[in-house]
Design a protein. Structure first.
Length: 343
């Protein structure tokens, strides 16, 4: 691993204690709700916040005792923090100059990086003359121009509009693929994490609650936050064979399990009925509609009661069923649409 770290940060009402390992060429995304400790972890890696314990090792050398300016790190901040009085070229050249390069050498390196990010024609522009996407690329070039072994990205696309974000995300993925050091990305955007990262580390209340590849995390969420992040309903119950009991409702599932288990299913897999359906369908429960809202091209129905869940239906289905908030209805999900796994 290029980076190995245990980050312990203690504050009056908050404590962060996590371990990270990032390989050369790997992008690890830190995800979590507001206040979970993501930015605190990033600042600790950068030397912008002190450690109460732990260590940071980069390429086998201890980093935690070095001041921020002595660490072989490049950082892209959420607001980019470009120097307003300097041109794009001089903003990028600033890093190499701070690391001892001569003026001509630093400017040559800066021109090369501006060309790599497609901004060679904007070398003389000041930050106020750049679009959000262009400013982001200058900030990335400035971070990479110092040839860092660790690249830290703090919500790098958050300041961009939706259309620009789509384009810049694709470009950023390409640049990260060419970077041979370790990259740690902090983001609140699950799509950004899924597209840019090789591995996700989910932090809640200062601790790691789940980690794995994007596919692993998306398929087996282990907390309500992660389930919401990947768009699944998640419940914890007790499994016995092909049955998982949650409260008073026994769900038939495809997997064979024993003991504590998670049950996950998509909102799109939930079927709704005004009256109890004929026959004896499995995985059926009664619920109260807690709310109805637009969700993309569909409608999201909030179900409350013994089993809380989201159900996604079409606007036509909403009209046919005549659903309203406070109404008591029936809900079901097929066994083939559920996914059960050990808790």
């Amino acid at each position: 691993m290029t980076l190995t770290a245990r980050l312990v940060v203690a504050r009056r009402r908050f404590r962060l204690d996590i371990e990270l390992a990032v390989a050369a060429g790997e992008v690890v995304a830190l995800l979590g709700p507001n206040g979970a400790g993501k930015t605190t972890a990033l600042r600790a890696l950068a030397g912008l916040g002190g450690l109460a314990g732990g260590h940071i090792t980069l390429d086998g050398a201890p980093l935690h005792d070095l001041p921020a300016e002595a660490r072989p790190i490049g950082m892209v901040f959420q607001d980019y923090l470009l120097f307003p009085h300097l041109s794009a070229l001089d903003n990028v050249a600033f890093g190499p100059r701070c690391h001892g390069a001569g003026k001509a050498e630093a400017r040559r390196a800066a021109r090369d990086w501006l060309e790599r990010v497609g901004l060679a024609d904007h070398a003389a522009a000041r930050p106020r003359q750049l679009s959000g996407g262009q400013a982001q690329r200058v900030a990335l070039a400035r971070a990479l121009a110092v040839r860092p072994r660790l690249l830290l990205l703090d919500e790098p696309l958050a300041a961009l509009d939706a259309h620009t974000r789509l384009q810049i995300r694709s470009e950023l993925r390409r640049h990260l693929a060419d970077f041979d050091g370790a990259t740690v990305l902090v983001t609140h955007d699950p799509l950004e994490a899924m597209v840019l990262a090789d591995r996700l580390v989910v932090i809640e209340n200062g601790a790691i609650v789940q980690q794995g590849t994007p596919a692993e995390v998306a398929r087996r969420p282990r907390t309500d936050y992660v389930a919401r992040l990947v768009g699944l309903n998640l419940h914890r119950g007790t499994a016995d064979g092909r049955q998982v009991t949650i409260g008073e409702v026994a769900f038939t599932v495809a997997e064979h399990l024993k003991g504590p288990a998670f049950l996950a299913f998509s909102p799109a897999a939930v079927a709704l009925y005004r009256a109890r359906p004929d026959g004896s369908p499995r995985n059926l429960w009664q619920a109260t509609i807690g709310g109805i809202e637009r969700h993309g091209d569909n409608v999201r129905v909030h179900l409350e009661g013994t089993i809380t869940a989201f159900a996604d239906i079409t606007p036509a289905a909403l009209a046919d069923l005549g659903l309203t908030s406070g109404q008591v209805i029936w809900a079901s999900v097929k066994a083939t649409e559920t996914h059960a796994y050990p808790a």
